[in-house]
Design a binder for this molecule. Structure first.
Ligand SMILES: Nc1ncnc2c1ncn2[C@@H]1O[C@H](COP(=O)(O)OP(=O)(O)OP(=O)(O)O)[C@@H](O)[C@H]1O
Ligand SMILES: [Mg+2]
Length: 293
């Protein structure tokens, strides 16, 4: 989806159907989802009543981890889940911004766009609903490390843009306590330290354990089984799923889901009729993807 020049890619009023599936089908370590929901609910409901300098709360959660580990999906799913939890208190506005839309080759232009986003666009949008959740995917494009910027072609602009982000975030935190930022990154080292320090919670996302991997493969099979019910026995066969997962050590969630699709599309007859998929197909696909690295 193309970002508008102001960096906003989409706005939704939550809860909404488009995000309804994300949370339930995400497999995370025990207790992690609950912790995230608790934190977000607390922040949105109570931050306004607490003295900012005595809690150091900023209204920013940072999801950090390798590509394909579920950060964006978790952010969307969390927004939806929190909106449901807070529905009796008021509606939630959900905003996605694309920080890649902001940097510019023109000196000072990135900073101007950033200031406009944080000081005009977001406050205007946030005024529409009781709560606002903003997803900043790949936040390193938004608040690039000023320390590393000395090697960039235009370090002055990086400094100015990152300074503008930090100032803007501080201002928003002070004036809009019912706004929560969810930010994701898969290169935390490229992020400005001052942004990381502002996060109320830095949430590490990791590649799934063997058990979690089996659950993700099973969930992908269950999705196919909605259309081809013959797959239900395979999707529910714990031993079979564990055997597949064992061959997928170190694979992130995105690749684990692809194992099923690679298995289905490996042969003409399963491509045409995925209901004919077997455990052997899955094992072969797992080996193929594992060998591909
Ligand atoms: N822990 C997980 N449980 C279930 N599905 C997962 C998990 N991790 C990733 N996936 C699946 O992999 C796909 C990619 O996930 P997502 O886009 O959220 O990853 P990401 O961490 O944001 O990746 P990137 O850093 O590349 O943006 C989605 O289809 C998602 O459902
Ligand atoms: Mg992502």
């Amino acid at each position: 989806m193309a970002a508008a020049p102001n960096g906003v890619t989409r706005t939704l009023t939550l809860p909404c159907e488009a995000l309804a599936q994300d949370w339930e089908h995400l497999v995370l370590p025990l207790g992690m989802k609950e912790r995230l929901v608790n934190h977000a609910v607390f922040s949105l409901l109570h931050r306004a009543m607490l003295h900012a300098s005595r809690t150091a709360l900023q209204g920013l959660l940072l999801f950090a981890g390798p590509p394909g580990t579920g950060k964006t999906t978790a952010a969307r799913g969390l927004a939806q889940t929190v909106a449901v939890a807070l529905a009796s208190e008021g509606d939630t506005q959900y905003i996605e911004i694309d920080p890649h839309a902001l940097p510019s080759d023109l000196l000072g232009e990135s900073q101007r766009r950033t200031v406009h986003l944080l000081e005009q666009t977001l406050p205007t949008l946030a005024a529409k609903q009781r709560f606002t959740i903003v997803l900043v995917d790949e936040v390193e494009a938004f608040a690039a490390s000023r320390r590393l910027a000395s090697f960039e072609t235009n370090p002055v602009d990086v400094h100015r843009a990152t300074d503008a982000v930090l100032t803007g975030l501080d201002l928003l935190a002070a004036t809009h306590p019912q706004l929560l930022f969810l930010a994701t990154t898969n290169v935390p080292d490229a992020l400005d330290e001052a942004l990381v320090s502002r996060a109320d919670l830095v949430v590490p996302f990791q590649v799934p354990t063997c058990e979690e991997a089996a659950e993700i493969v099973g969930d992908t099979l269950r999705e196919l089984a909605r259309r081809w019910p013959e797959l239900h026995p395979l999707a529910g066969d714990r031993r079979a799923l564990a055997a597949v997962a064992q061959r997928c050590a170190g694979m992130e969630g995105r690749r684990l889901r692809k194992v099923v699709i690679v298995a289905v599309t490996a042969r003409p007859h399963t491509s045409k009729d995925p209901g004919k998929l077997t455990l052997d197909d899955l094992l072969a696909a797992a080996d193929e993807l594992a060998a591909a690295g």
